[in-house]
Design a protein around this ligand. Sequence first.
Ligand code: ADP
Length: 294
Amino acid sequence: MESLFEAAKSGIMATAGKEEILPEVKSQPLHKARETVGNPFVDNPRMTCREVSVYYGDKKAINNVSIDIARNEVIAMIGPSGCGKSTFLRCLNRMNDTVEGCRVVGDIRLDGMDIHDKSVDVVPLRARVGMVFQKPNPFPKSIFDNVAYGPKIHGLAQNRSELDEIVEGSLKKAGLWEEVQDRLNQPGTGLSGGQQQRLCIARAIAVSPEVILMDEPCSALDPIATAKIEELIAELREHYSIVIVTHSMQQAARVSQRTAYFHLGDLIEVGKTARIFTNPRHQLTEDYITGRFG
Ligand code: ADP
């Protein structure tokens, strides 16, 4: 199994691509939640999730999941299509509030603050726990205004020069400044796909988040743009916690320090990424990473 991690990292796994054609798992978890194996908890976590379940109507999509998100880590959520990765990700900044018929139960905390508490306003919460989506979604505004929008509505800049600084700093952190500094007034939608995704990352960074959620951020990008985003994710870990949903085990192996494996709404196993890919403890994890599940 030793070579599996290296193989996964380099993308030469025999199973590469196979996961893409797995059918979506539609059956609902009627069973009692499986106990998570490995190490779902960390010291001094940025976020804690305890006994989180999610329902769409009366259908349960997430089954009693408990896990911590560490500071300055990239944690990858992997598993077959339909196992609940995106649903769980959306719990972390209450994006599921916007999904009709979706109900989240359980305790989720950001730096000890219960994110479901009545006193919590979701707008600042979603600044602290930002999100980058599968398909780059810049606003129909200039490059500058895409990044300046959040700081403006959250009152983070006292004047124009402070706003300029935030925009420049965010674009630099997102690795886009060099490419766009001469055309900040041009529309964000005119950039290439990879640039648009980095613009969306700059937009998330501009409001000083603690956590950035990424839902398959490279799935619409070519390999070169993907490599740039992956490099960027590695750099961003210095400042933020990053939770990334990916259908690519190679990507999980390249960018994350911890990996969480989901199956039919259950959190099956969590552990150091190198360990998950070389020495999975749960049979379901092993079946998935070796391509037997499908
Ligand atoms: P993944 O991200 O692992 O592919 P999802 O979180 O998208 O999985 O989906 C988990 C389950 O919840 C699936 O069975 C999916 O069909 C269901 N689901 C997701 N979004 C909705 C929705 N808006 N309404 C009803 N069911 C949904």
